[in-house]
Design a protein. Sequence first.
Length: 391
Amino acid sequence: MPTKTFRSKADLAINGAPPAFDQPLHVGRPNIGDRDAFTQRVNKILDNQWLTNNGPMVLEFERRIAAHLGVKHCIAMCNGTIALEIAIRALGLEGEVIVPSWTFVATAHALYWQGITPVFADIDPATHNLDPEAVRRMITPRTSGIIGVHLWGRAALIDELQSLADEHGLKLMFDAAHAFGSTYKGQTIGRFGACEVLSFHATKSFNTFEGGAVVTDDEELAEKMRLMRNFGFHGYDNVIHPGTNGKMIEVCAAMGLTNLDGHSDVITINMRNHSAYTAALRGMPGISVLAYDPAEHNSHHYVVIEVDPSCTVTRDQIVAALQAENVLARKYFWPGAHRMKPYSEIFPHANLLLRNTEFVAAKVVILPSGMSVALEDIATIGAIIKQMVEG
Ligand SMILES: *Cc1c(COP(=O)(O)O)cnc(C)c1O
């Protein structure tokens, strides 16, 4: 039995259930940086009486993020999904765009929402990232681009996808929602493709409550996205571009600045947690922990375990048992975007082309990590799984 029973406000909010602030907390909660530093920043915002519209906190946040990632431009937005939508529009994507189905559904929705058809390509079951050969097979005369996803913060096969895009005259951008602080061949994620999109949602390793950004070295693209984010306004009264409201607010930037200062501590704890999970689950028949590439940086935020069909218990039984103990284990991103609406209706036979996606989606469990997860929680989670598997 776990030593503490938690119930997550974050998960209740995500699942649309009413918040229950008087309930105990789950194992698995957002990372919250130095509270005093945050409240000082909030007081500064209130003193300034500048709440939104490119205020000083957002400008400082954008500068800090750009410097942190070694990229020229950071355009902060209200969330990662709007950032994806704006990037897609700014790049002029149209017709069909190739994406993995094995991702959070927002990658596909950001296209569909704007009248573009997401076409799903299969993944490599070893890395969970897009298989460039599968992408190649999905290219048609209507294809205008590819959105690669750095799933679990592991960089996609960027060079292969870029060559493929160049060969076929396609635009390439990345959903880097999981990859804040990750590297590819030693270079920080943020400068690859035409642009990369970050999410700072509460469930990510680095959060601004809700938030997102597009990062790019392309000055012209950055300028276009700045306009689109703010209704196309260029100064007061002068609208020079179609646009929407994608702005980040000051208080979110204050959270971002605070959490950025604490992010290296989060990574240290995540790495410790990841090793502890790996050790606790080692040798359990049918259970494996997806390893990160030791040569690359990663926030180690996602502890991905795979329950093989040969295991004595099913993936769903493990998830149910952990959730019954208030451990926030999740089946991200089951059953795959291709089995969600509207895509299951548009592509009723997509499963036939997405064999690896289907195989992986059936066996993944994400275990909680982050600052709120203690080593004894991991020992308890390991013991629960061991008891189930070994009977
Ligand atoms: C979280 C996430 C998004 C969406 O970001 P929000 O900030 O929640 O809108 C997009 N893609 C992936 C892969 C994500 O995990």
